[in-house]
Design a protein around this ligand. Structure first.
Ligand SMILES: Nc1ncnc2c1ncn2[C@@H]1O[C@H](COP(=O)(O)OP(=O)(O)OP(=O)(O)O)[C@@H](O)[C@H]1O
Length: 261
């Protein structure tokens, strides 16, 4: 049997006595596209923060590509192949598109000269050219020299994903990638993420937009009050009684349509 790229074993985390994640285990196969969903406050962002090393779990183990990563800080986890994009765009608005993508390369600890002088009398640095090539390969509707602050929100979302890709991740964690996007932008982002998936990058996505989840992901883990209540195909999640109850409450669990799952 092939080993999963990400393995989460029995993870628990409390804040001041409040259990936010309780005994959660799941796996993401290499090349997979898994959605982590659940009602507000279910613990999705906390799970991302545990996986990426922002928080340390109280109990449990996280394994990436066969290596237990619990002792590694965030930066080291990026170096091991885990990159993340955030719910609120965290690009440098005054820098150009290509400069923002170069910021994503830094986790690979290249020579500092590349970044201090990306364009010098000797021409463009290797890092600059690499970032430009990555942008060109992703077909984003922008030019490398455009200042990020001048670009539409949907394009900036894609640039943030490209910046994460600049770290050459095996696993890409996306926190609500469709938040703030209209239907057209969401469809474009979905195609963009599928294009990334086709290159072999594994996707783990926190998302409330179930139409995006259904068209992007094949499997899903559902959290409710920090506990896993479903782990299986996206196509069956809307039929699961526990999931319906979590979204609608016990009295209405029969009303599938209203649950938006
Ligand atoms: N640093 C913290 N200290 C105390 N409580 C926290 C902390 N971070 C999160 N929580 C609590 O943990 C619970 C889960 O929060 P989390 O943000 O992980 O949920 P979520 O599923 O991502 O929610 P949403 O869908 O609304 O973003 C909430 O009750 C939240 O208030």
């Amino acid at each position: 049997m092939t080993q999963p790229l990400l393995k989460v074993d029995d993870l628990s985390k409390s804040f001041g006595g409040l259990a936010v994640i309780s005994e959660v285990s799941f796996e993401v196969p290499a090349g997979g596209r898994l959605a982590l969903i659940g009602p507000n406050g279910a613990g999705k962002t906390t799970m991302f923060n545990l996986l990426t090393g922002v928080y340390r779990q109280d109990v449990g183990t996280v394994t990436l590509d066969g290596e237990v990563i619990d002792a590694y800080p965030s930066r080291a986890r990026i170096g091991l192949g885990m990159a993340r994009s955030f719910q609120n765009i965290r690009l440098m608005p005054h820098l150009s598109v290509v400069e923002n993508v170069m910021l994503g390369q830094q986790s690979r600890a290249r020579g500092w000269r590349d970044f201090v002088a990306p364009v010098s009398a000797f021409g463009r640095s290797a890092a600059y050219r690499e970032a430009e090539d990555l942008l060109a390969s992703m077909n984003i509707e922008t030019r490398p020299g455009d200042v990020v602050a001048t670009l539409p929100y949907g394009i900036r979302k894609k640039i943030e994903v490209v910046r994460a890709l600049a770290a050459k991740p095996k696993l890409l964690l996306l926190d609500e990638p469709a938040a703030g996007l209209n239907a057209v932008e969401t469809a474009s982002l979905r195609d963009f993420l599928l294009q990334i998936s086709e290159t072999g990058v594994t996707l783990l996505v926190v998302e409330h937009d179930m139409s995006l989840v259904r068209s992007l992901c094949t499997s899903t883990v559902v959290l409710n009050f920090g506990r896993k209540i479903y782990d299986g195909p996206v196509s069956k999640v809307h039929e699961d009684p526990q999931v319906l109850e979590a979204y609608l409450g016990p009295r209405h669990a029969g009303e599938k349509e209203a649950a938006h799952v």
